[in-house]
Design a protein around this ligand. Structure first.
Ligand SMILES: Nc1ncnc2c1ncn2[C@@H]1O[C@H](COP(=O)(O)OP(=O)(O)OP(=O)(O)O)[C@@H](O)[C@H]1O
Ligand SMILES: [Mg+2]
Length: 485
């Protein structure tokens, strides 16, 4: 069921002396496509619960309309909307068993919808199985762990077979580990049932990892509605850029001057030919993975310390134009040079550098390029050599660049464990061979786990073999379509 919000607004009357009214939701217009999971993401008080409560019918909008498919549901009471809801403080009835809790919504069915005892029992069991709690039906909520209670609440919202599932911070009461497991579970259930789902969270990591669509909100105002990767790669403004990403984007005071971007009195990138450059101060955001460690690189900084984590090295440094005390960059372990003190130099990856207007934080869209265009960028090359190289090679072989690239997207099966950063040559050859032989039906995959630079997939082929695949995030869109790899 597609959900459409059309100029939806909710104002709450002010209380007390100055009676300032609150615009909790200000003119929201967006569509959640059928069968997708959308996350409403934003800091506390930005209007997430208010939006959800309007979708479910508990709150009437001040203006605007809500559609489920072609149906205008704005004036319908909640019980006629066919929604299942898990509230921010989900409450199970303590005196009822798990079974009775899940069955409760079914007992309100009247008239022709009324279900027999047997039918109810069956539906309860089905919902319980979906969330893996069928063994717990006889217990009382006090005899369950937090995660199990959570699942009961989800089962209760699913038992009516809703067309729309609304979840308001359903994981907020769980510890970190359980949170992780339960969010995977929610994603699995959503993918199995294909119920259009709206998931409220203020945790960007959670939103990135499970949703098809992220709706970023701030103080009742929509900031951006896009896929997780798009929101990360192409933020609409500084707020969005800073809200998404761990470690967060690094902010600097910069300047546009003489067709170049300057940070701390040094030119670091140049503006591409043909762009008109508005000279003056800018805020510069650089993603941690946007730094290329390079002796004699454009940006000179004071080394603080490296943090070595195995796959990556976090190089912590200071720069006098940084808006934070220290800056965190992430360098792949093989590019690490064991610098322990003194100066550290970086070149920048233009695609990871964002410019914003200093006052408003609005994005300034300018195409940036390395200062010395002809010099190869060692790290960039190593990183993109992984998967895109395959498409290029295949394309060159046949001379049909575009069509081959399209085709290879659907035909790469999962046949090898792919080593991050630089894919082993054999693996590339294997995959290239497999491209010729395999069909799209051979491969399916789990929801990808998004990372800054790499994306990890657990992928499954038709024989039930699974493999962990790590792709350069930049290449993911090219290689994954409709859950196939
Ligand atoms: N019944 C109400 N009367 C007046 N103001 C309200 C009412 N309900 C919510 N608000 C205000 O509307 C704004 C949005 O509230 P909402 O509950 O939607 O935020 P939220 O994004 O869900 O936050 P949280 O992450 O803390 O749950 C807040 O400023 C809140 O104080
Ligand atoms: Mg809320």
């Amino acid at each position: 069921m597609e959900i459409v919000l059309d100029h939806l607004t909710k104002k709450f009357p002010g209380r007390g002396k100055n009676r300032q009214e609150v615009i909790a939701v200000n003119d929201f217009t967006f569509t959640i496509p059928d069968g997708k999971l959308a996350a409403l993401l934003g800091p506390s008080g930005c209007g997430k619960s208010t939006t959800l409560n309007m979708i479910c019918g508990l709150l009437a909008p001040t203006s605007g309309e809500i559609f489920f498919g072609d149906n205008n549901v704005t004036a319908l009471p909640p019980e006629e909307r066919g929604v299942g809801m898990v509230f921010q403080n989900y409450a199970l009835y303590p005196h009822m068993t798990v079974e009775q809790n899940i069955r409760f919504p079914l007992e309100n069915f009247r008239g022709k919808d009324r279900l027999s005892k047997e039918a109810m029992k069956e539906r309860v069991l089905e919902a319980a199985k979906l969330v893996h709690i069928e063994e717990l039906l006889e217990r009382k909520p006090s005899e369950l762990s937090g995660g199990q209670q959570q699942r009961v609440a989800i089962a209760r919202s699913l038992v009516k077979l809703p067309k729309v599932l609304l979840l308001d911070e359903p994981l907020s009461n769980l510890d970190a580990r359980l949170r992780l497991a339960t969010r995977e579970e929610i994603r699995r259930i959503q993918q199995e049932t294909r119920i259009t789902t709206v998931f409220v969270t203020h945790d960007q990591d959670e939103a990135m990892s499970i949703s098809d669509l992220i709706v970023v909100m701030k103080e009742g105002v929509l900031q951006q509605v896009d896929s997780p990767q798009k929101v990360y790669d192409d933020p609409a403004n500084q707020f969005v850029a800073q809200f998404l990403g761990t470690p967060p984007i690094n902010m600097f005071d910069g300047e546009l001057k003489d067709g170049q971007l300057w940070i701390a009195g040094e030119p670091v990138l140049r503006v591409a030919e043909g762009e008109s450059v508005p000279e003056g101060p800018v805020s510069v955001g650089i993603r941690p993975e946007g730094f290329i460690l390079l002796e004699g690189g454009a940006m000179h900084n004071e080394m603080v310390r490296p943090e070595i984590t195995g796959r990556d090295v976090s190089v912590i440094f200071r720069n006098k134009a940084a808006k934070t005390d220290v800056v965190r960059s992430i360098i792949s372990a093989e590019d690490w040079n064991h610098i322990s003190g003194g100066e550290v130099h970086f070149d920048l990856k233009p695609a990871k550098v964002y410019l914003f207007a200093p006052e408003s934080g609005e994005r300034i869209r300018l195409k940036l390029e390395p200062l010395a265009q002809s010099a190869p960028q060692p790290e960039t090359k190593a990183q993109t050599a992984a998967v895109p190289g395959l498409a290029e090679e295949t394309a060159e072989d046949t001379g049909e660049a575009e069509t081959m690239e399209e085709k290879s997207v659907e035909e790469i099966p999962v046949s090898a464990r792919v080593i991050p950063q630089v894919m082993a040559l054999e693996a590339r050859e294997q995959m290239a061979a497999a491209v010729q032989s395999a069909s799209a039906a051979d491969a399916g995959g789990d929801a990808p786990e998004l990372d800054r630079m790499q994306t990890t997939f657990t992928a499954l082929n038709a024989d039930g073999q699974s493999a962990e695949v790590v792709l350069e995030t930049d290449a993911v869109d090219t290689y994954i379509k409709e859950g196939e790899l």
